[in-house]
Design a protein around this ligand. Structure first.
Ligand code: PXP
Length: 238
């Protein structure tokens, strides 16, 4: 399993003072030196953390790969087409939310998402759809030529007792297997941390996890190098 690091929260901290430090681009370059497989940023319509300057500099400087999380809206689609990340991950976006709250409903938005994927493919950008571990949503993603899905792991991360944890892991395991059978790449993310990754790595059909908050939060206490290397070790314990 691979591990891409989301650096949005470094930008959140920077923006708290409206100044230039801490710089998410510098952080991403450090993370690459410590071995992450890719860098993830979410360019939100309200620019609450990552801004266009960050995405353009990351595009220029990183040597792994750039996964641009984005809403399927014209303005951001055009920025993506211009910047050309290796992967565009389509997420739902609501202005009031603290963070992304769930997967995109592919079935209900099939025409718009099909058109979005076509526009991104025209610019040779692979597309991932952030969705719930649901077979019907996965079938719809495959139908409209998504290259990857990213399975929303929020319900797994929030599960509190053993039965719930087992059920959520099982849903994700079945979904990942189904997606693989359809030829989709399978990523996963949201709420994954140093505790819940242990059982999660047993799911063989997941290619890559996208993790932000837990690693940034740990870096504050133990340092960037240790926080990243500890997560790399956990993710590769398969
Ligand atoms: N994947 C997606 C699609 C997300 O929106 C987020 C949150 O920005 C993550 C992964 C990472 O979640 P977390 O910060 O909880 O690790």
């Amino acid at each position: 399993m691979k591990f891409s690091l989301n650096v949005d929260h470094i930008a959140t901290l920077r923006n708290a003072r409206g100044e230039v430090q801490p710089d998410p681009v510098t952080f991403a370059l450090m993370a690459e030196q410590y071995g992450v497989d890719g860098i993830v940023v979410h360019l939100r319509e309200d620019r609450r953390h990552i801004n266009e300057r960050d995405v353009r500099l990351l595009r220029e400087l990183i040597t792994t790969k750039l996964d641009l999380e984005m809403a399927a809206v014209d303005e951001i689609i055009e920025i993506a087409r211009d910047i050309q990340p290796e992967l565009a991950t389509i997420v739902p976006e609501r202005r009031q939310e603290l963070t992304t709250e769930g997967g995109v409903n592919v079935i209900d938005n099939i025409h718009h998402l099909k058109d979005t994927i076509e526009r991104l493919h025209e610019s040779e950008i692979s597309v991932s759809l952030f969705i719930e571990p649901d077979i019907n949503q996965i079938d719809a993603a495959s139908e409209i030529n998504a290259d990857f899905i990213e399975i929303h792991t929020g319900n797994y991360a929030n599960a509190v007792n053993e039965d719930e944890i087992f059920d959520e892991l099982e849903r994700i395991r079945i979904a990942a297997k189904h997606a693989k059978k359809l030829g989709l790449g399978v990523n996963a993310g949201h709420g994954l941390n140093y505790n819940n990754m242990k059982e999660f790595t047993a799911i063989k059909d997941i290619d890559e996890v996208s993790i932000g908050h837990a690693v940034i939060a740990r870096a504050v206490f133990v340092g960037v190098e240790r926080a990243i290397k500890e997560m790399i070790q956990l993710v590769s314990l398969v």
